[in-house]
Ligand binder design. Structure first.
Ligand SMILES: *[C@@H]1O[C@H](CO)[C@@H](O)[C@H](O)[C@H]1NC(C)=O
Length: 432
């Protein structure tokens, strides 16, 4: 179950604390409509309760829609409290030694890392009693409304920088964006209106969620969410990889090595939100995280058509393969390109079979399976076609899986040499 999308619920919570930050781990009951035989009228409702039907609940609370139709959810609630938040924009030196300490120290802490800018933003975020003064809100910059003309303009600039392969132009955009975020506290508002100083203290409900752009069009018709597909504005991918805590330091060091070869090549992700590092507590959900984990998210340009390579395509692909292949990360079910879903049965181990056991029992004829769900669950590499690696539908093994006519060839990674990535090589293109 995921609530990504409209109102954004940031799921992060101190690894050792309570039920953790994943919404599914606060679910204590579910009603599920499942197929039945004709004597039962072809459908029946089963009611699942924590403590009584734990095996079922562990399967159903993260079930991708393949077990039946969820018709009711019972959530555990807790008493109102406030949060106190500060962003510390600082250097990324020693990030690999600090991240876990930070995650343990702050119940709602996270880190936004802008690798090309060598900047890490530590979020100091913890509980305060409900009677502490403060009416702050978290109106995250990325989810504020934007004039439609501006969003279109930003997209046009990004497209132009892509087609002229202008890394420095992207780096200037990244600089401007980061400076603006620092100035505005990333969208925190002390009194609900503007950002004046840290810490920003507000009630949990106003700090945990964000998404004011969703409501803006009822007030003004010339504004929207920047990614609204009706207006040809922002269009990007989001890769989200979930690591066992023990593997994350090495991933971070690999990305630093890749960055150090040529930092400008990572400006394209720093235009968005850099690399967002969050912490999640282990879960009993079969398709959740069995152990305490560290999550990274990064966003990057997506062209209007599937066969146009992106600037520094190979960097994003190498990071993706470092995460999912080298360091065994699992994908976020609601994000990612197909390559993030390869080999999941091995990564989930016995829990994967426990999930399928429940699936066979509740939906033996596979009424709730689809080509999409089979691909997600059994993520096998399908047949490869010309250009399939550009949109992450395959890992390249031949040049034609990239875009030889545009100068992109299948090459090994620079730091993770087993990676196979689409690399731009103008000289090679001329010789061919
Ligand atoms: C910000 O983080 C840096 C690096 O961890 C630390 O040295 C500095 O004291 C922090 N600043 C504040 C205001 O906490």
């Amino acid at each position: 179950m995921t609530l990504e999308g409209h109102i954004k619920i940031f799921s992060h919570k101190k690894i050792s604390s309570g039920r953790g930050g994943s919404v599914h781990d606060h679910v204590v009951g579910i009603s599920l409509v499942v197929p039945a035989d004709s004597s039962e009228g072809f459908a029946k409702v089963i009611r699942i309760e924590e403590g009584r039907d734990d095996k079922l609940l562990n399967a159903v609370k993260v079930s991708l829609g393949v077990l039946g139709v969820i018709s009711k959810v019972k959530l555990s609630i807790e008493k109102a409290f406030k949060r106190s938040m500060t962003y510390n924009f600082t250097s990324d030196v020693a990030l690999e030694d600090i991240f876990m300490e930070h995650g343990k120290k702050f119940e709602f802490g996270d880190i936004t890392w802008y690798p090309s800018r060598k900047t890490a933003v530590y979020r100091y975020d913890f509980r305060s009693p409900a009677n502490v003064p403060g009416n702050g809100v978290n109106d995250f910059i990325g989810f504020q409304s934007n004039p439609i003309l501006i969003s279109k303009g930003i997209r046009a600039v990004e497209k132009a920088l892509e087609s002229s392969k202008n890394e420095n132009g992207k780096c200037s955009t990244a600089d401007t964006t980061l400076a603006y975020k620092k100035l505005t506290g990333n969208g925190l508002k002390n009194n609900g209106l503007i950002f004046t100083k840290y810490p920003v203290i507000g009630s949990q409900g106003k700090i945990q969620t964000s998404g004011s752009c969703l409501y803006s069009s009822s007030i003004r018709i010339d504004v929207s969410c920047a990614w609204d597909p009706r207006y040809n504005s922002l269009f990007f991918y989001e890769t989200t990889a979930i690591f066992a805590v023990s593997r994350f330091r090495d991933f971070l060091l690999d990305v630093k090595k890749l960055r150090d070869l040529k930092p400008e090549r990572l400006c394209g992700i720093d235009i968005y939100n850099g690399i967002l590092i969050r912490f999640i507590k282990g879960s009993k959900a079969y398709l959740g995280q069995t152990e305490d984990s560290v999550v990274v998210d990064f966003n990057y340009y997506q062209a209007d058509d599937a066969l146009t390579p992106r600037l520094n395509e190979d960097v994003m692909e190498e990071m993706e393969q470092m995460a999912f292949v080298k360091h065994g990360a699992k994908p976020h079910w609601g994000k990612n390109r197909k390559v993030g879903f390869f080999g999941l049965k091995q990564k989930y181990g016995p829990n994967f079979d426990k999930f399928l056991e429940v699936k066979n029992k509740l939906d033996p004829k596979g009424m709730f399976s689809s080509e999409w769900s089979d691909e997600m669950l059994f993520g096998k590499e399908g047949s490869k076609y010309d250009g399939c690696a550009l949109e992450g539908n395959c890992l390249c093994s031949e040049d034609r899986h990239c875009s030889p006519s545009k100068g992109y060839f299948c090459r090994q990674g620079l730091v993770y040499t087993q990676a196979r990535v689409c690399s731009f090589s103008p000289a090679h293109g001329l010789m061919a």
